[in-house]
Design a protein around this ligand. Structure first.
Ligand code: PLP
Length: 354
């Protein structure tokens, strides 16, 4: 190793799902929404004054913060926005997990958590999901430096009932508990009402999945005003202008269209429930996902083989070779009904034995 290399911060980065250049593929590998953003996004984009781009954006992104606060019936001081929830979660790790004690998260979960912990040198201990891939709340009763888990969990899609989320909060009043609600809008119950009762609760959400705006990069945190201010202080110590003018303007418009939002999420929920039946008919086993993806395995076919055959046929899904327990599973995003029909007709001819 060269001398200067010894001084480099070394990290093992997160590996995002593939974004193929080819646009004809059926893309069910990164949990994007198959429907376009609310129509008001296009109107807002077309009517944008490009002279705005000459100027720095509002560092507080107030227009967007106000719209999000309005949607959830919260105060503006309870909202923090950033460049996707990956950005706001990274900042939350940096700000909130500073005790030196290990933070806790499930062994099978969003694979960015251990990456941020590595980047910021935060010690962590993973807690094993039970044999049905469920979070055991007892595992989160030990001493710790903070807790994070997605609800529903990824990549299992399993929803932890709000009463159990509350149990975790009750047993951890002295640390920050982050609930990553990236997939909550597909049939789950948000922890937002618990904000009133728990000042150590931080909720992360995103425009990437349920609001069809992964390309715009908007994520946000909801929490008590003091906690939000601590996170803002860290942001202003790093980069004041995280949100660009376009994201602020379009995000603020899109979140106001409740009607379109509920239509889209409802369509995805219906397609998901129908897809569960189709997977069942083909002999797949799967968790009862409450997210916009399914987590499936087949007793007779290797996940890796199905993954490769699908890819060959222009259908992209996600396969995680680690941890070992999920190596024979595929995570398949719920696309449009048409996309899913193409998927099932391929699978039907691929797997004659069921
Ligand atoms: C997709 C996802 C995110 C991050 O989404 P952004 O596009 O960065 O907003 C965060 N947590 C989980 C569990 C996710 O699946």
């Amino acid at each position: 190793m060269r001398e200067w290399e010894k001084n480099i911060r070394k990290v093992v980065p997160y590996v995002p799902g593939e974004q193929p250049k080819e646009t004809s593929v059926i893309k069910l590998n990164t949990n994007e929404n198959p429907y376009p953003p609310a129509p008001c996004a296009e109107r807002a984009l077309r009517s944008m004054d490009l002279d705005l781009l000459r100027r720095y954006p509002d560092p507080a992104a107030s227009t967007l913060v106000k719209a999000i606060a309005g949607f959830y019936g919260l105060e503006e001081a309870q909202v923090f926005v950033g460049v996707g929830s990956d950005d706001v979660l990274a900042l939350a790790f940096l700000t909130c997990f500073h005790s030196g004690r290990p933070i806790l998260f499930p062994d099978i979960t969003y694979s960015f958590y251990d990456v941020w912990a590595g980047l910021f040198r935060i010690p962590y201990e993973t807690q094993p999901l039970d044999e049905d891939f469920k979070i055991r709340t007892e595992d989160y009763e030990r001493e710790n430096g903070g807790i994070i888990f997605p609800n529903p969990n990824a990549p299992t899609g399993i929803l932890l009932p709000l009463s159990e989320v509350e149990k975790i909060l009750e047993s951890n009043p002295d640390v920050i508990v982050i609930v990553d609600e990236a997939y909550i809008d597909f049939g789950g119950t948000s922890a937002v009402p618990l904000l009133e009762k728990y000042d150590n609760l931080l909720i992360a959400q995103t425009f990437s999945k349920s609001r069809s705006m992964a390309g715009m990069r908007i994520g946000f945190l909801l929490g008590n005003p003091e906690l939000i201010r601590y996170i803002s202080d860290c942001k202003y110590s790093f980069n004041s202008y995280t949100m660009n003018q376009t994201a602020i303007a379009l995000g603020a418009e899109v979140i106001r269209d409740r009607e379109y939002f509920s239509q889209c999420t409802q369509k995805i929920i219906e397609t998901r429930e129908w897809a569960k039946e189709e997977f069942r008919k083909l002999g797949f086993l799967f968790t009862d996902s409450m997210a916009n993806f399914l987590f499936v395995t087949h007793p007779l076919y290797r996940a890796e083989d199905i993954f490769s055959a699908l890819k060959e046929a222009g259908i992209y899904v996600r396969h995680f070779s680690h941890p070992k327990r999920i190596a024979n599973y595929l995570r398949i995003t719920v696309g449009t009904r048409d996309e899913m029909e193409t998927l099932f007709s391929f699978l039907k001819q691929y797997m004659p034995k069921q």
